[in-house]
Design a protein around this ligand. Structure first.
Ligand code: ATP
Ligand code: MG
Length: 535
């Protein structure tokens, strides 16, 4: 869908029906086009399954009834740890239909992470894949959890999912759900500290439909989506899952693809070719790894490629443009929000930019006093608090609310600048900015330039304490295959960087490492490198 952005910006209106909720959307999709495929699933061994919108409705209602039989009531916290599985939607939708507060959790969590979350939000019910029950068993005695449902097999002390839904009715007469009722507690990635519990209301999904779908994915519920196959590679426990598979795929009634298997660039490229993926949403790490392959040898039906979560480097943008004539479009937002900035369909992409503000949100840049900053200056990305596209607080964490809701704005903690054409450029998280000899240096610019050198696969830049300069820029570098770290290579990279960036930004120290510390969602944890440097 081509968008006349200038017109849309003016005329955009939030249309959020009072009774909006995603289970009701699925009921309505099933009424209108029940035999349309909602989900094409494939696992690493080539096993395939499909679910139509009718199937989703039936399975959602059966699971909602099962939760009722177990005693789960409106507002109870239901946590899940699930790999990408054909039944994930049914489980998420069923819990929501029951009126529960869904607590999606990553299948990559460790026992201590599970213990933290279950206690933090006082979860009573856990829905966990058979391969992960051990993680929960290690800590279950130290949590408020009472009900344990296992998917995909059996386990001691757990009730099987197939058993709890067997014999349940295909209709669920649950509590009334409104757009303003609490829907979920989504924990943030924990890139800068402990994950934070973000409380969302049912309207969040409607905001995705109104913003992320048209202004990022380029689809709406009114389009003919019969030739489309959407693929968002995210895991089921991250906000990204709600940003795309639920917030775009399900709300618009599209057909989407879900793959259970580890990320491996060649496998993923093969899959895109075999399945005929038309719209892809992946993360920068994945794009960087795609770009290391011979993309020209793949024959894809790809029309759109999207990226979010971290800054997108110029290199993969160029590689995709060359091989597929598709320009990966970056979008920016948080667990706390919908897409606040996107390179919307049809925009003239400026590589390195997160794009422009999405309609209806009023995303802007402010200084410490809450005043808007001028073009060309660095400010904190902020959104007016009365906007429906953001969360309305952390779950029982008033001290966090106080820090982030300041005056008229929700403050994201991210710094950016805006050019004279209205494009936003990511500078870094407020905590990640390096101050060296009075200069403020965003790590991304340093990293982006480093990655454009052929010896560098990945890089992270942090401030390392220095007597005279306060800090110096230090880069941790993962080399591409075939290169080995040496003093000569350090010299070469430094000389290269002095050409690529303003000289004060070049990394005065470079350390070669095998891998960078990352969150389980794949984001670079500069906080770890920083504290390592401080010691
Ligand atoms: P935590 O809040 O626990 O430290 P987190 O902020 O990484 O973790 P998420 O909500 O998953 O948790 O990620 C949102 C953050 O990701 C943003 O605040 C921003 O720092 C970064 N981000 C998201 N999209 C982009 C993008 N397109 N470019 C640059 N950074 C991005
Ligand atoms: Mg955050």
């Amino acid at each position: 869908m081509a968008i006349d952005y200038t017109v849309e910006l003016e005329s955009f209106e939030w249309d959020i029906p009072e009774g909006y909720n995603i289970p009701a959307v699925i009921e309505s999709h099933a009424d209108s086009f029940g035999d349309r495929v909602a989900l094409k699933f494939r696992d690493a061994d080539g096993g395939r399954e499909e679910r139509t919108y009718d199937d989703l409705r039936r399975d959602m209602n059966r699971f909602a009834n099962a939760l009722e039989s177990m005693g789960v009531e409106k507002g109870d916290r239901v946590i899940h740890l699930l790999p990408r599985d054909p039944d994930v939607f049914a489980i998420q939708l069923g819990a929501l239909k029951r009126g529960a507060l869904l607590v999606p959790s990553s299948s990559m969590l460790k026992p201590k992470d599970i213990e933290f979350r279950a206690n933090d939000c006082e979860a009573t019910t856990a829905i966990v894949h058979e391969s992960l029950v051990g993680m929960v068993d290690e800590v279950r005695a130290d949590t408020p959890l009472e009900h344990f449902v296992v998917l995909g097999g059996d386990a001691d002390g757990w009730t099987e999912f197939d058993e709890v839904v067997a014999g349940e009715s295909d209709r669920h007469d649950g509590p009334e759900l409104k757009a303003e009722d609490p829907m979920s507690i989504n924990y943030t990635s924990g890139t800068t500290g402990k994950p934070k519990p973000v409380r969302h209301r049912h309207r969040w999904m409607r905001c995705f439909e109104l913003v992320n779908a048209p202004y990022w994915w380029g689809v709406t519920a009114d389009d003919d989506l019969s030739d489309e196959l959407l693929w968002a590679t995210t895991g089921t426990g991250w906000a990204k899952w709600f940003w795309s598979p639920v917030g775009v795929g399900l709300t618009t009634g599209a057909t989407q693809f879900v793959y259970r298997g580890d990320f491996e660039p060649e496998t993923f490229l093969d899959i895109m070719e075999e399945e005929g993926i038309t719209r892809l949403c992946a993360v920068p790490t994945q794009y960087r790894m795609f770009a290391q392959h011979d993309l020209a040898s793949y024959d894809l039906k790809l029309k759109e490629a999207l990226s979010a979560g971290e800054p997108l480097n110029r290199e993969p943008i160029e590689a995709f443009r060359e091989a597929f004539d598709v320009i990966p479009r970056d979008g920016y937002g948080q667990t706390e929000t919908v897409a606040l900035l996107t390179n919307y369909p049809g925009i003239d992409v400026k590589p390195g930019s997160m794009g422009k503000p999405t309609p209806g949100l009023g995303t802007t840049l402010i200084d410490e006093d809450g005043e808007e900053v001028d073009d060309g200056e660095i400010g904190e990305i902020a959104v007016p608090v009365d906007c429906p596209g953001i969360f309305d607080g952390y779950y029982e964490k008033p001290h966090l609310d106080e820090k982030t809701f300041a005056g008229d704005y929700y403050r994201t903690g991210d710094l950016a600048s805006r050019d004279e054409d209205g494009y936003f450029f990511f500078e870094g998280r407020a905590d990640d900015i390096i101050i060296s000899a009075g200069y403020r240096i965003g790590p991304f610019e340093v990293e982006d330039a480093l990655v454009s050198h052929e010896a560098v696969a990945e890089a992270a830049a942090v401030g390392s304490p220095h007597e005279e300069r306060g800090s110096i820029v230090k880069a941790f570098v993962v080399l591409t295959g075939g290169y080995e770290g040496s003093d000569e290579l350090v010299d070469e990279l430094q000389a290269f960087m002095k050409e690529e960036t303003a000289p004060y930004k070049y990394p005065r120290e470079i350390e070669f490492v095998d891998e960078l510390p990352k969150t389980s969602s794949g984001k670079i944890r500069r906080i770890e490198l920083r504290s390592q440097e401080r010691e």
